[in-house]
Design a protein around this ligand. Structure first.
Ligand SMILES: C[S@@+](CC[C@H](N)C(=O)[O-])C[C@H]1O[C@@H](n2cnc3c(N)ncnc32)[C@H](O)[C@@H]1O
Length: 203
């Protein structure tokens, strides 16, 4: 089975919207320059699998922000398969936020997914969970996002192999802000590649 079959089987309620979103990424996402042309073959195996690996790290019914959402990763796949969540996609660039607004509309998610054109550090809202992928090293992310999730929420940043090194590099900041960080080993479903994330919470 390929990643598309595995993931649509693992998340049957969201399967139709996941397929539609993958089509949007593979067509308009590439045409608008949000995805590299060579990424077209890796949409399920890399981008959607990676995003859905966060699903079990998010509690029921909470407010989630995806910081630096780009073309909607990881926020849109998460929103599709978790109808209990309210999700805000935070993205400063006009072309990307326009892409996101159109995608949210086409996927019928407008009642609980919001696009906010902003830099994370300028955002004044608070969330239970902040997620992100491929936006900045942990130390910089903390500077941008702690106000968004403290005192009682969490940052869950997809990081792959660099997780421990980023925690070490951010050590002083974590101590100064009284934060603890742990590495999570995650997988969207058996049969797709595992990945890792850093979860940061107040001590
Ligand atoms: C490499 S892209 C990753 C996009 C997406 N998260 C993904 O994994 O495909 C980084 C994104 O972060 C956004 N970004 C850069 N600085 C930011 C900031 N200060 N606040 C929020 N987003 C930011 C960029 O506009 C860009 O869309």
């Amino acid at each position: 089975m390929d990643a598309r079959q595995i993931l649509t089987g693992a998340f049957p309620e969201g399967a139709g919207e996941l397929v539609r979103y993958a089509e949007i990424l593979g067509t308009r996402g590439i045409e608008w320059g949000l995805m590299g042309p060579r990424e077209g073959d890796k949409i399920w195996q890399r981008h959607i699998a990676n995003s859905l690996s966060l699903v079990d790290a998010i509690g029921q019914g909470v407010d989630v922000a995806d910081v630096g959402s780009g073309a909607g990763l990881p926020g849109l796949p998460i929103a599709i398969v978790r109808p209990d969540l309210r999700v805000t996609l935070i993205e400063p660039l006009l072309r990307r936020s326009t892409f996101l607004t159109e995608a949210v509309d086409e996927l019928g998610l407008g009642d609980r997914v919001t696009v906010l054109r902003s830099r994370a550090e300028d955002c004044r809202e608070r969330f239970d969970v902040v997620v992100c992928r491929a936006v900045a090293p942990l130390e910089k992310l903390l500077g941008w996002t702690t106000r968004l999730f403290l005192p009682s929420g969490a940052l869950v940043a997809l990081k792959g192999e660099s997780a421990e090194e980023e925690i070490r590099s951010a050590g002083k900041r974590l101590t100064a802000d009284k934060l603890s960080a742990e590495v999570l080993e995650l997988r969207a479903a058996p049969g797709v590649d595992p990945t890792r994330a850093i979860r940061v919470t107040a001590r």
